[in-house]
Design a protein around this ligand. Sequence first.
Ligand code: PMP
Length: 351
Amino acid sequence: MSRFWSPFVKGLVPYVPGEQPKLDNLVKLNTNENPYGPSPKVIEAVRAQLDDSLRLYPAPNADDLKQAIADYHGVASSQVFVGNGSDEVLAHLFNGLFQHGKPVLMPDISYSFYPVYCNLYGIEARALPLDENFRIRVEDYQGENGGIIFPNPNAPTGILLPLDGIEQILKANPDSVVVVDEAYVDFGGESAIALVDSYPNLLVTQTLSKSRSLAGLRVGFAVGHADLIEGLERIKNSFNSYPLDRLAIAGAVAAFEDQAWFEKCCNAVIDSREQLSAALAERGFEVLPSAANFVLARHPERDAGELAASLRERRVIVRHFRQPRIEQHLRITVGTPQQNQALLDALDALL
Ligand code: PMP
């Protein structure tokens, strides 16, 4: 701590991201990246940017990308906001679309960045417990609040809330912005983007980090009513009017042009997830039903922290959260069939 830190900086509780070690022979199943690479068309498009044009600023509003996202999702480009990963989109919306002074509602087990943003912006985070099966209790999301946010599928549980549950929350909270964080939706969820024209208080965020294998490029976006998007643009333009760099814009546009690659990779991950869930269950794990590219699993007789550490010694990294209710669970990213087998072999040596 420095004596130059303001009381504000002293009060921050920064997010601790998952470990990103160098890959040498590691089976990295800890931060929900896609085990398959991005489309070759994305690599080509990014490479095509590596010339003299780098001396020029990128398009301040990333209009080509907004149009590509709008076309893909069947909305107007005025309904799309883009940012450096959905984390940046979330940062702006916590700042600008949630009513400060009232609690923001979220599930007690969900993306651990939400309370960090609440802390940053001085918002009360009200964490609502999941039910006994780790499901969101829709009926709890009502009463005075400054906004609502939850991942769907939820993270790190992987459990999906069907669209009728989302509609129930939207109807009960017409005066609050309801954010559905769909970072993992392409692995088995149904997108709430279908509802944005019916609910002016709905904002849906998505990312290219997971289903489009572009975590390293940092591209995320939000879709909602044009008025909500305009609010986000005001916030963004008060900081830095270039949301994305030239490489990210070109790569992301190309990602939306290769539907076949996207479907092939998502289907491969979904197949692997089902096989991995079954193989873990055969080994005595209780595995939550996942609609995402990870599974949350618990072995009734083994300490999860010790298991994670022993797997690490065998060069397999999974995520262990020291958080009530899930401290005995492991969150395991779905890898390729070979990576999953390496995990299972390591488990067989330990169990
Ligand atoms: N939401 C959820 C639920 C996530 O798990 C993540 C990834 N850690 C994000 C948002 C942010 O992803 P990105 O910034 O890479 O788009």
